[in-house]
Design a protein around this ligand. Sequence first.
Ligand SMILES: [Zn+2]
Length: 335
Amino acid sequence: MRFGLVQEDDFLRHDTGAHVENPGRLKAIAAELASSPLPLEKVASRLASDEELTALHAPSLVERLEAVSARGGGWLDGDTFCSPASAEVARRAAGSAIELTRLVTSGDLERGFALLRPPGHHATPDRSMGFCLYSNIALAAHHAGVERVLIFDWDVHHGNGTQDCLYRHPATVFMSLHQSPFYPGTGHPEERGEGPGAGSIYNLPLPAGCADAEYLWAMEQLLDPLLERTDPDLILLSAGYDAHQRDPLGGMAVSTEGFRQMAARLDRWSRRGRTRGRLVGLLEGGYDPRALAASVRATLEAWLEPVAFEPIKASQVSSPVRHLVERLRQSFLGP
Ligand SMILES: [Zn+2]
């Protein structure tokens, strides 16, 4: 299999100091992957053009980031930092997400994963927030050059930026599993998209404390039938690992093995219908460096070599989550 990986030191230049989203995250992943390398092809990064960025972002956002970086950096909001190099590095993260995705949709690669910083799924059309400067995954979906894209977001936080960028988008479907109530406060099941995007957003807010069984159950009960119904040309994954049990920000209890099992399901489901295995993951959150590195490796391994798995039994899943998933399944997908 030709599996492309974007991994470059340039993403370390987004210098956030002692911030929880810092270059040490990518260094931990690099050390993990160097310890026993996987058969991945390096894909060169590139900068996104103004035209690509402003397909979804306001020109004023691009101008603001360039201006803040040019004057030496500063805080964009209470928790989002922009260093002197950050405007360029964020442009590189977005450009690399677009490039890697295009290589997969054009058939040059079968799979892809991008180790990007800054992350992207909280960046809205006109606002950088939540450690995110540009919406890497929404831009990758918009520029993918195929008819239908499904974005799945398993980061512990709701991908409000992805949702906002694509709320009226006719060609994308977005499903998010996230902790609720939690930052950023969005991601209610009633948020479904508008106009040409009406009915294309699927939010599953989960209570704190969910572990492997709850995540896998939600994927089997909701994502699997949604993928069957959508039959997308491409699956994009917002690959955040802050639902890990060791994560200092998230309140969930997913294990590294749980992430392997979640990735294995995406692998199997992506091989059906029009998707034909086209699967691209873009790094989002994950703030325990060791848990992050091990979980990224587990994801890559599950996408390289199929992992056997058994369906989850209802009895393994906490009853509030079982009831919530059943209610949303009926409301999203019908009886
Ligand atoms: Zn997150």
